[in-house]
Each structure stands twice: as structure tokens, then as C-alpha cells.
Design a protein around this ligand. Structure first.
Ligand code: SPV
Ligand code: MG
Length: 434
């Protein structure tokens, strides 16, 4: 045994998919001293890239059993400084790939904080042609299992400040949700999942949003989205239909890997909630709607599948008290989250609801659908306590005017050339799906 105390070496890792590049880093770190891995939590990872495939516990087990690793501690933020200030390592080891890109700032912070105790940053050369992000892309191409997909929504809800959902009515729109990534202000932005909307599923088939497109047809369409994506799906189930039929729909959705179903408390011939005129639309009694929630809860197999109750009180001109009474009752009946809907062009009613409900002992995560109050920024929804934001119809609304415009242009110009600058080239479309 050396009489000198071993040096402390800190390595921050996600360790979702371990490859030779990580082994190289850990080996280098191990040569320098005792390795403490700061294992990035789901929250820390979700702040700059996709939520990991494996849970924190699963990733921790792998690392704890590696010979190069002495200790594993959670790193709750992408920022290394809180952990470094505690551990005060002699060395931090990180691949040199973070000199550019989204982690550049993090690197600068590490160098600065290490100076306080004369610690050093060691940066082994990045192992070429291997990256876990690339491996993950390849795995995602193969697909996912229904259980993995289903559990993702709950995990994202725990890991992220807010869950951003975009409407998807086709496999192609599903691919947009799946693949689109934007970096703004050093932050990595993406949609977390898809909304299967009754409105756009109906419009796609040239039918009104009044349940004339049945669940079986919609679930068949959903399968095409499931085939090419891995992100979670929230299904708009209108009012869930008859109590006796509800279990079949719940079972089909859960079997497919859908993460959540939203059931609204309206009865009678269904009308879209954003119609100005809601004459004839009725709200279910609290008792009868709670029976639906209980039936759905009893039917589902896994805790990962969420039952979300949607309150239509504001749509039907009812009071905040009515909405609150319902929210508490639905929560008691077992709803996992509450969607409070409104067709006003300001969020004042849903925010008034949120203010009360966040203080209730029956509080459950809240869902917003800011279609009519679209000027509202996500940050304000977050500040008011909303956890899930659904952009409920925007892919359909984007495609229709674009198609109409091109169709008109062809008619007017009697050739397609004039429309070409507005549309994808044939090459783009061919290359879109590899
Ligand atoms: C849908 O997208 O079908 C919805 C949301 O249910 S809304 O259109 O606002 O009713
Ligand atoms: Mg709907």
C-alpha cells in the first residue's frame, strides 16, 4: 500500500449506453486515483438531451460494478460545480469533445471552479466514430417496446419542468415530433410526445369531431405512428364512450404502448370544445364521471398508464367552484392528472383554477391545452403550476392551408412550376425517409 493518499478523480457521466469511449475515460481516471462518478440524474440529462433509456438506478448498478469506479454519486444538474465544490477532486476527467457545442459553457465553469483548490481538468482525446447519441439513434430506428414507451411519459414528468406535447395525426407528423431538435440559448429543445387528437383524426378523414370516427379506426391510424416513433403518446378519448365499452378501449391503448388517455366530462352527441356555440352540450354528473375514472383505473394493468380527467366546466360557461369541485372529486376517484380546458382567448380562468387547485390536498399534475389562449408563453403556464402542455391541432392546421394554396396555384397557373418554391423538392421527399 502506498503511504500517500490516493488522489480523488471526478468523472461526470450519463452512462445510458456505455461504449469504449467511456472505458477510455474511466481507465485514464483510474490511473490518476480513486474515481468518483457523478452520475447525471434524469433531470440533469433531460436539461440538454433526450431522457435516458435506462433509469438512474439501472445506470447506477452498472457503474457501481465496474472495476475502475470507486464511488457513484448523483449529479443533479448539467452544471458540475455543486458536486465539485463538495468533492473537491484533484482531477476532473472528460473527453475533449465538450470544447465545442452545448457543453462548452459547462467546461469553462469546471476549469474555473477547479482553480480554487488547484485541481486539474484532464481531457483524453475523444474516441472517434463512436458516440452514445449515435448508438441511440440507431437503436431508436429499430423501435421501442410498448412497455418502454408507455413508462416514458411518467419518467419525463418527473425529470422535466414541463412536458411539451404536439398533435400528431399521421406517421409523418409523428416523425416531426420524434426527430425535431432545436438549440436556443444553449438549451436543447424538443417535443416530448404526441397528442392523438379526436379533432384532427376526424378532420384527416373528412369527418366532424363528433365521434363519427370510431375508436377502432383511430387506433388503427395510431398504429402507423407507433411503428415509426418511440416517444410517448397521449390519446384523446372524448368522453370515453359507454361505461361498458370503456375497458376495451383502455386495454387496446395500453397494449399499444400509449402512455395516457384523456377522458372529458361531457355527455350526449359530442361537439368540439372550441365551438363557440355549445348549445345542447351537457356535462356529466360528478358521480357518473367518477364511475368512468374508477372503471378505467380498474382496467389498466400498469401504474405507468395514466388516466387524465378533463374538466369542461369553463367550456360550458360554468363557475370556478364547479370546476374545483369536479377536480377534487375526479382526483379522489383516482385520476392521475387533471386537464382544465377553456376556449377563452386569455388564460385567466385556467390560471384562477390553477391557483386554487395547487393548494388543494387533492392536487394532481395539471394539463393545459392553450389553443385559444395561444399568446400565453410556456413559462407562464409553468409558473402557474402546469406540468403538461398540449399543442392540440397545429400540425393539421399547418398542412391544410399549405395544401390548399398549392392546389390553387396549379389551377390558376395551369402548371405546377409556380408552386415549386413553396413545396419540398422531390429529392427532399425521397431523402426524408431513409
Ligand atoms: C382535440 O384536439 O380533439 C381536443 C382538444 O379534444 S379541443 O379541440 O380543444 O377540444
Ligand atoms: Mg378532442
Amino acid at each position: 500500500m502506498s503511504k500517500y493518499k490516493k488522489k480523488i478523480v471526478y468523472v461526470g457521466l450519463s452512462a445510458d449506453i456505455l461504449h469504449e469511449g467511456h472505458i477510455n475515460i474511466l481507465k485514464t481516471a483510474h490511473h490518476l486515483g480513486d474515481v468518483t462518478v457523478g452520475l447525471l440524474t434524469d433531470q440533469a440529462i433531460a436539461s440538454y438531451k433526450k431522457i435516458p433509456h435506462l433509469s438512474y438506478k439501472q445506470r447506477e448498478i452498472v457503474l457501481k460494478n465496474m472495476k475502475f469506479v470507486k464511488k457513484v454519486i448523483p449529479q443533479d444538474t448539467l452544471d458540475y460545480r455543486p458536486n465539485l465544490n463538495q468533492v473537491k477532486p484533484h482531477y476532473v476527467v472528460h473527453g475533449d469533445d465538450w470544447k465545442t457545442g452545448i457543453q462548452k459553457k459547462t467546461r469553462a465553469q469546471v476549469i474555473k471552479v477547479l482553480k480554487k483548490w488547484k485541481g486539474r481538468l484532464i481531457e483524453p482525446k475523444y474516441t472517434k466514430n463512436i458516440s452514445s447519441t449515435q448508438i441511440k439513434q440507431n437503436i431508436l430506428k429499430v423501435g421501442t417496446s410498448p412497455d418502454k414507451r408507455k413508462s416514458k411519459l411518467r419518467r419525463i414528468m418527473e425529470a422535466k419542468e414541463v412536458v411539451r406535447i404536439l398533435e400528431s395525426h399521421s406517421a409523418l407528423t409523428g416523425l416531426i415530433v420524434e426527430d425535431l431538435r432545436v438549440i436556443k440559448d444553449q438549451k436543447y429543445l424538443e417535443f416530448d410526445g404526441m397528442w392523438s387528437s379526436s379533432l384532427t383524426d376526424s378532420a384527416l378523414r373528412g369527418k366532424p369531431d363528433n365521434q363519427s370516427v370510431d375508436y377502432s379506426t383511430r387506433i388503427l391510424g395510431l398504429n402507423e405512428i407507433l411503428e415509426v416513433t418511440t416517444k410517448p403518446i397521449i390519446f384523446d378519448a372524448d368522453n370515453g364512450g359507454r361505461l361498458e365499452h370503456l375497458p376495451y378501449m383502455i386495454k387496446s391503448l395500453e397494449r399499444s404502448g400509449v402512455s395516457a388517455v384523456i377522458i372529458e366530462d361531457k355527455i350526449g352527441l359530442k361537439k368540439n370544445s372550441l365551438f363557440k356555440n355549445q348549445d345542447g352540450a351537457k356535462q356529466d354528473t360528478i358521480k357518473s364521471f367518477c364511475q368512468k375514472i374508477i372503471k378505467a383505473k380498474d382496467t389498466k394493468i400498469s401504474d405507468d398508464f395514466l388516466i387524465i380527467a378533463r374538466i369542461e366546466s369553463f367550456i360550458l360557461g360554468k363557475s370556478l367552484d364547479d370546476a374545483m369541485k369536479r377536480a377534487e372529486a375526479y382526483s379522489k376517484a383516482g385520476a392521475d392528472a387533471i386537464l382544465i380546458h377553456s376556449k377563452d382567448n386569455t388564460p385567466s380562468k385556467v390560471f384562477a383554477f390553477a391557483k386554487k387547485f395547487t393548494k388543494s390536498k387533492y392536487f394532481k399534475p395539471m394539463v393545459a391545452v392553450p389553443s385559444s389562449y395561444s399568446k400565453t408563453y410556456e413559462k407562464d403556464l409553468i409558473k402557474n403550476g402546469f406540468k403538461i402542455i398540449i399543442y392540440a391541432n397545429h400540425m393539421m392546421r399547418a398542412s391544410y392551408p399549405a395544401m390548399l394554396d398549392v392546389a390553387k396555384s396549379i389551377l390558376i397557373n395551369k402548371r405546377s412550376f409556380n408552386a415549386e418554391k413553396k413545396i419540398s423538392s422531390i429529392k427532399e421527399i425521397i431523402n426524408l425517409i431513409k
